[in-house]
Structures are given as structure tokens and as C-alpha cells.
Design a protein around this ligand. Structure first.
Ligand SMILES: *Cc1c(COP(=O)(O)O)cnc(C)c1O
Length: 394
């Protein structure tokens, strides 16, 4: 079903990607997985192969193509992001890296934000650089001055806003505008914003990535990414994905589509909880700075207000100067409700010590920083948990 302009996005979220004629009347199209597809005759087989190479999704010829469940999820993501084509991969990281092969060749120069997700940085440093592409990291706060870094052989700018450890908001429209004027492709890791709070394609970006592992699937039981492209970039991204044989399973895209139905509801609850927790933390004597772009004191607040419809439940805070590493470990170890584990965007609150590599500019001292994800528990219990963990530092 296509979104109706008279409907609010909330209503679209409930209806997108549904076609009960193709799902035997079931509300949700079941996970359809298979390998071999049978044809009636060789003419039909050849015709299907030809259409598939031309990018026709409905030309099923083999299990590595997008099946019916994939098509439903891709249609929903295209509508939410305003894209020409979406593909899904078996991890969040795969979505950050596979499309890069579509926009780089030996001799090219690429620009990557210094705040990028760590494993994406590793891919650029360890793999892309090995194939004769010059990888340059840039200050996430560079804005339109990125023009000074563009070379005749620059083909790609990679953005991520805000960073998920240090939370710098990037001036995405300014960077996209410069990139456009030089014919440079832009990719953004938009996981933090979800498909609801920021629509990069509307701001001039070419390729939008979500680690669907986080909010889209939302229940800590799926690894997946989506990559949504504009008209210009879609054929190349589709081709690279097909050639590399990469796609998410039908079970995972099924859970992605199901996750979209409650995304707004989950996000609203998380943001309400996060606001309560941040307001409480702000008054604590142990806390120095809070890094949450939705907070009026955050350095990224002006860009956040201008570009984003809302935040999510991930933020960081630094302990006061003089806090020892042992004390921070004691704080983390004392937590009973906040789980100690990677990831975020699920139903459960998590907290880890911040980490990450920087080569352009040092950020707030990460040795005194923790990253908090606020989930769906009662905020009174979350605050009580933090309070007893602060007490355990003494
Ligand atoms: C988690 C995450 C990824 C990678 O997702 P995985 O499913 O863990 O591979 C990519 N980008 C961001 C911003 C993330 O938070």
C-alpha cells in the first residue's frame, strides 16, 4: 500500500509494504525463503534472467534475488526514506561497507568522518586503502569547509550524524551541497535518527544506511542493515550487492517489517524515559558533561533543532575530572538493570564505557566517558539503579 498524503507517518507505518493479495490474506506477508525457482520453459527462463539484470525485482530467478517478503520491506523503506531502491544485508556493518565498492576504484580519494562507527573505519583503513584508494578522515564538524578537502579524484564522502560515541551533529545539508556541486557521491549512516527523525535523501544525500539491528528490528534478536538509494546511485548499489551475493534472510526482513509497525511507539517511550534520566543525571555531582544532541546545552543542538524531528535514547556522559578509571569500573559493575553489552535500540537499557579511535581531532576525554542506552523499563527504576551505582564508586 502506498502512503496517502493525507495520512500522518504514524498511519503509514502501520500500512506500508502490505499487500494481502500476495500474502494469502494474511496481514503480514510470511517469511518466504527458497533457493531454486522453477520455469515452464527456456524462453521464460531467459526472459526472466534478462529482466533481472535490468534490475526488475519481480523477475525472480533464484533465491539470492529479493523474494516477496523482501519486496514488502524494501517498499516500506523506500517510502519512509523517499528512495528509488532499497536492499538489505545480513548485518548492520555490511550495509555500511558493501555499497562503498560501487563508488570507489583504484586511484580514487574518499572522505570519511572521524566520528564514524568503529568497524566502518576499520573497513576503510584495512580494506579500501589496500586496493589503492586514498582514505582521508575529516573533522565531523567541518560543514561546508569540506570543499577544501575535495580533490579532482574524490568520489565518495561518508557521513554519520550524530556519532554514536561522541555525538557530534554534522551539517549534512551543507556537506551534501558541496558534494553535489563536485559530482561526489554521499553515503550516510543514519542509524541514530531511524527512518522517522531525519530523511537524508531530502537533504541531498545519495545513499542512506540503517543498522536495522538497532531500532528497526528493535528486540536484540536480529542483525541486519538497509541501504536506500536515490535514482542515481541505486543501479550501482544493486549491481554490487547482486555480484557480491549479499542479502538479508527472509526471516530478518520479516522481522524488520514487523519492527516498523511499532517503531514510533517504541521510540516515543524511549525518548520520554531518556529525557527523565538525562534531567536527573544533569544534577548529579559525579557528572561533568552530557552528550545528547536533543539537550539545549549540547553543542549540536542548533543543527539538531534545524534538521531532526526527534532524538533517540542513546547518549554519553563524562565523569568529573579527577574520577579514576577504577571508580568508573565500579560504577559500571554495580549496575543491575542497565546491562553491560554492545548495541542499542532494543527494549532494554544498556551502558558501556566509551571507546573509539580518532585521527583528526581529539574529542571529550573518552577515558572518563560512558555511553548510555535508555530502554523501556520504568524510569524510576533506571534512576534508582544509577543512584546506587554512583554510591558504589565511593
Ligand atoms: C551497530 C551499528 C552498526 C552495525 O550494525 P551491526 O548489525 O552490529 O553490524 C553500524 N552503524 C552504527 C551507527 C551502529 O550503531
Amino acid at each position: 500500500m502506498t502512503p496517502n498524503r493525507q495520512h500522518k507517518e504514524n498511519t503509514d507505518l502501520i500500512r506500508l509494504g502490505r499487500n494481502i493479495k500476495k500474502s494469502f490474506g494474511y496481514v503480514n506477508i510470511p517469511p518466504a525463503e527458497g533457493s531454486t525457482v522453477l520455469f515452464d520453459n527456456i524462453e521464460e527462463m531467459n526472459e526472466t534472467a534478462k529482466r533481472r539484470l535490468e534490475g526488475d525485482f519481480f523477475a525472480f530467478s533464484y533465491g539470492t534475488d529479493a523474494g516477496p517478503t523482501h519486496l514488502a520491506f524494501f517498499e516500506a523503506m523506500n517510502k519512509l526514506e523517499g528512495g528509488a531502491g532499497t536492499w538489505a544485508y545480513g548485518t548492520g556493518l555490511a550495509g555500511c561497507v558493501i555499497p562503498v565498492f560501487a563508488f570507489t576504484k583504484s586511484g580514487d580519494h574518499v572522505l570519511v568522518t572521524d566520528s564514524v562507527y568503529g568497524p566502518t573505519r576499520e573497513f576503510f583503513e584495512e580494506i579500501v586503502a589496500k586496493y589503492g584508494v586514498v582514505v582521508e578522515f575529516y573533522d565531523p564538524l567541518i560543514g561546508e569547509s569540506i570543499e577544501e578537502l575535495i580533490r579532482p579524484n574524490t568520489t565518495l564522502i561518508f557521513l554519520e550524524s550524530p556519532g554514536t560515541h561522541t555525538f557530534e551533529m554534522q551539517d549534512v545539508p551543507a556537506i551534501a551541497k558541496v558534494a553535489r556541486s563536485h559530482g561526489v557521491v554521499t553515503m550516510i549512516d543514519n542509524t541514530y535518527a531511524t527512518p522517522l527523525n531525519f530523511k537524508p535523501l531530502e537533504h541531498g544525500i545519495d545513499v542512506v544506511i540503517h543498522a536495522a539491528t538497532k531500532y528497526i528490528c528493535g528486540h536484540a534478536d536480529v542483525l541486519m542493515s538497509t541501504v536506500t538509494c536515490n535514482e542515481k546511485t541505486w543501479p550501482a548499489v544493486y549491481a554490487v550487492s547482486r555480484i557480491l551475493g549479499q542479502r538479508a534472510s527472509a526471516r530478518d526482513v520479516y522481522l524488520g517489517l514487523r519492527g516498523l509497525r511499532t517503531l514510533k511507539l517504541r521510540l516515543d517511550a524511549v525518548v520520554k524515559n531518556t529525557t527523565t534520566v538525562v534531567n536527573w543525571l544533569e544534577k548529579r555531582p559525579e557528572v561533568d558533561k552530557i552528550l545528547w544532541p536533543a539537550h539545549p546545552n549540547d553543542p549540536g543542538y542548533a543543527l539538531f533543532k534545524r534538521d531532526f524531528k526527534g532524538p533517540s535514547g542513546l547518549f554519553g556522559f563524562t565523569f568529573k575530572e579527577g574520577t579514576t578509571s577504577d571508580q568508573i569500573d565500579r560504577f559500571v559493575n554495580a549496575l543491575k538493570i542497565f546491562g553491560l553489552g554492545y548495541s542499542w535500540g532494543g527494549f532494554e537499557s544498556l551502558l558501556i564505557r566509551s571507546y573509539g579511535k580518532r585521527t583528526v581531532k581529539q574529542t571529550p576525554d573518552m577515558s572518563r566517558m560512558v555511553r548510555v542506552y535508555v530502554g523501556l523499563e520504568d524510569s524510576d527504576d533506571l534512576i534508582a539503579d544509577l543512584e546506587q551505582a554512583f554510591a558504589a564508586m565511593k
